[in-house]
Design a protein around this ligand. Structure first.
Ligand code: COA
Ligand code: MG
Length: 378
């Protein structure tokens, strides 16, 4: 009976249609949805969306539009954020030092790294640092104070004159918080003659319990959001936890949940998931271990608090030469298998199909993006 359905007239046609559809999907995964060779595609640094149907070309976002980028931005649409170095916004010595740290992004901080008495002055210090210092292609971000402080809009107003590439918004509580920042940024973009939506947002949206429960809505509140960064310390304070790590460094359940939720919400909304900083800045082995574990999970970068942490992060969040070679071999094999009409095939003794192909492509793209950014794996 089943045999009859498959080999019979109608059944045969249906089977042929299904096969064609399946091959089209696989073809899309390999070549990126059009007839060009995958090598011609603009590279993407998005995390792999294994087996998630259509090819994962980056969502068109005004924030990544090259013409809207400031002179400090990388020319390519693909931007790696392997290392994001926090710098206290009131410390001119560190602000100058940070420019040579080799970080993919600098976060000039107006929030927790600045005492209340310096909050107003730090805005001007950050604006001047943005305008005057040469960041050598690093992305220039400002972390403003959270909306609950009443300082945020003035932080944005003053520092936008320095033409930052984007902002980090901390202690987000709900989507309306993001929209408040979004509206103010739209107004300031018009004032500064910048393209609408070109100033990016990175959200710290695991710092309040209400945000953790509403992450997806927060993540998709505005298309200018480009990444979600996970952080535990403020969440720990908000829920009254005595500590956010066990003595062995592992995360208690509630924090592991928030971290996973951040990773899932970011990838579900095609944003970059970023890991929080490792605070023991003299423990290189500890940082290497934690960063590797984050990279293995799918985080695409990690915050740093000290220049010495940057090289480790730049290395860990880009695949090494062996991984790239293996990924390229798998893609070559996939192309040959596809040409034979085979979507699942044997490569190096194991079965390979769409998710493996997708993952291999992400590896190759990240390595290419690191080269394009002039910051290859160090
Ligand atoms: N950005 C730029 N430069 C930094 C830096 C940073 N985040 N952290 C340290 N440096 C500089 C120091 O100024 C020093 O430079 P110098 O030798 O020219 O004076 C050099 O790197 C070595 O610093 P070191 O003595 O090892 O550390 P420190 O005691 O000066 O500073 C911290 C330690 C933790 C206070 C500092 O790293 C820091 O301020 N980190 C960022 C804190 C922050 O922004 N927190 C909020 C987000 S979690
Ligand atoms: Mg904080």
């Amino acid at each position: 009976m089943i045999h009859g359905l498959i080999v019979g007239g109608d059944g045969q046609r249906r089977a042929a249609t299904l096969l064609t559809r399946a091959l089209t999907v696989i073809h899309g995964l390999i070549v990126g949805g059009d007839s060009r060779d995958w090598r011609d595609r603009p590279s993407s640094v998005r995390p792999a969306r294994n087996g998630a149907g259509p090819p994962r070309l980056p969502r068109p976002r005004t924030g990544d539009n090259a013409s809207a980028m400031s002179s400090s931005a990388a020319p390519s649409a693909a931007r790696l954020r392997r290392s994001l170095l926090f710098v206290p916004g009131d410390d001119t010595r560190k602000l100058a030092k940070a420019t040579g740290a080799g970080a993919d992004a600098l976060i000039l901080d107006l929030e927790d790294a600045v005492v209340p008495a310096h909050k107003t002055g730090a805005r001007d210090t950050v604006r001047a640092a943005l305008a005057d210092l040469d960041y050598g292609g690093a992305e220039r971000l400002v972390r403003v104070n959270p909306l609950e402080t009443g300082l945020t809009l003035e932080d944005l107003d003053v520092t936008m004159a320095g033409r930052p590439d984007g902002y980090v918004l901390p202690k987000v509580r709900c989507a309306e918080d993001v929209l408040t920042a979004d509206r103010e940024l739209a107004r300031l973009e018009a004032r500064e003659g910048r393209a609408p939506g070109s100033v990016r947002l990175i959200l710290l949206a695991t710092e309040t319990p209400e945000a953790v429960l509403d992450l997806r809505e927060i993540a998709r509140a505005t298309p200018r959001t480009t990444a979600l960064m996970w952080a535990s310390e403020d969440l720990s304070a908000a829920i009254g936890a005595r500590r956010s790590r066990r003595p062995d460094g592992s995360l208690p359940d509630v924090f592991a949940f928030a971290r996973s939720a951040c990773l899932l919400a970011a990838t579900a909304c095609r944003l970059e998931p970023l890991d929080m900083p490792f605070l023991d800045f003299r423990d290189d082995a500890g940082l290497d271990r934690e960063a590797r574990e984050a990279a293995d999970l799918g985080f695409t970068g990690k915050a740093a608090i000290h220049p010495n942490q940057v090289a480790i992060l730049n290395r860990v969040f880009v695949p090494d030469a062996d991984e790239v070679l293996a990924a390229q071999e798998l893609l070559d094999a996939a192309r040959e298998a596809f040409a034979r009409g085979q979507a699942a095939f044997v490569h190096r003794g194991a079965m390979v199909d769409a998710p493996h192909i997708n993952r291999a492509r992400t590896i190759v793209e990240r390595a290419e993006a690191a080269r394009g950014q002039g910051r290859p794996r160090s």
